[in-house]
Design a protein around this ligand. Structure first.
Ligand code: UT7
Length: 329
């Protein structure tokens, strides 16, 4: 019997309407369009406006569109893995809230926290439930409302992040398409360079933590940048090596969109030309768990059955990883 792989059989994405441009950021913090563009490649990002709206509301749009595309009902979903760093609330899981909102009455689910590498971790994890035969329809969602944890007085972090969400459906495939391999890594000693100081069990919310902006992203940008450039490129090269892939075999690189310079370094290390690299950072910025599925969604019409696709990400934790998949439709 041929091995069962977990194939992506549908993808969809959603970004909120409000466009926060570099020009508008110039009126909020001491920055310029020129600095942001040359240092990061970002021109604008989307922001979810509106009282009482959270990450699950981004996902509702992405998932409802995905189910429609695939022509299936929400009750057919068996498992929801919600990769996010900005859950609706500390508990219950956003996966539960989403399941209720879209009517996935027969699904169980959980949230997965691996910062910017979350979607890669979620895809590799979701694939296991398909490969083992446990489930036939698994939703993997990557989404964040980063504007909820960004300090718009901190010019080095607020310019990077945006809100957005993407979702993929995993189903069994016996013809050799789908997730072929994954490499996942963590190094908790990197925590000090990228984290959210308060709101967890170590430092619960207090007047002081709010006054000090400790519920926002804290990032030592240059250090994170150095690790990201090396680790993301290393892991992408490693997954190519161990699967016997050379650059000509790779149809697409789908990199996490944190900084255009990190993306370029990864592509160059893989020997992959810019025409094969999915980049939408200029329009959406860094949507954390959303970046990779949003790219797949936007490039879907250009993908061909059998395309070798390499996903790669690096994020807080530190976490990093790569997935090799063969596109299934
Ligand atoms: O998504 C997962 C993980 N995150 C990443 O991968 C992000 C990695 N880091 C980065 O992308 C970059 O480090 C940043 C985009 C965050 C910052 O760029 P940088 O080139 O590393 O800048 P820097 O922090 O070294 O700052 C250089 C200078 C400083 O001024 P001085 O000290 O040289 O006078 C900053 O104060 O640029 C200044 N600066 C700014 N100037 C204008 C920092 N932010 C801004 C800004 N506008 N927004």
């Amino acid at each position: 019997m041929s091995k069962i792989h977990a194939a992506i059989t549908a993808v969809n994405g959603y970004v909120p309407e409000y466009v926060l441009t570099n020009k508008e950021l110039e009126s909020i913090v001491d920055t310029t369009d020129e600095w942001i563009t040359t240092r990061t490649g970002i021109k604008e990002r989307r922001i979810l406006k509106g009282e009482g709206l959270g990450t699950s509301d981004l996902a509702v749009e992405a998932v409802n569109g995905l189910l429609k595309k695939r022509g299936i009902g929400a009750e057919e979903i068996e498992l929801i893995i919600f990769c996010t760093t900005t859950p609706d609330m500390p508990f219950p899981a956003t996966a539960n809230i989403l399941a209720d909102k879209v009517g996935a009455k027969n699904a169980w689910g959980y949230d997965l926290q691996a910062a910017c590498s979350g979607f890669i971790f979620g895809l590799a994890t979701g694939a296991q439930f398909i490969e083992s035969g446990k489930h036939k329809k698994v939703l993997v969602i990557g989404g964040d409302k980063m504007s909820s944890i960004v300090n718009y007085n901190d010019r080095t972090t607020c310019i990077i992040f945006g809100d957005g969400c993407g979702a993929v459906l995993l189903e069994p495939d016996a013809e050799g398409y789908g997730v072929m391999d994954s490499i996942l890594k963590t190094d908790g000693s990197g925590m000090q360079f990228l984290h959210q100081k308060a709101g967890g069990s170590v430092r619960p919310a207090s007047h002081e933590t709010v006054d000090n902006h400790e519920h926002s992203v804290y990032q030592e940008g240059q250090t994170v940048f150095k690790f990201a450039v090396t680790k993301m490129a290393d892991v992408a090269a490693e997954i190519m090596d161990r699967n016997g892939l050379v650059s000509e075999d790779v149809a697409w690189l789908v990199p996490h969109q944190a900084n255009k310079r990190i993306i370029d370094a990864t592509a160059s290390r893989m020997g992959v030309g810019p025409e094969k690299v999915m980049i939408n950072i200029q329009r959406y910025g860094n949507t954390t768990n959303g970046t990779i599925p949003l790219c797949l969604w936007e490039w879907e019409s250009q993908l061909k059955k059998g395309d070798n696709i390499i996903l790669a990400a690096f994020g807080g934790g530190f976490t990093w990883g790569s997935v090799y998949l063969k596109w299934a439709y």
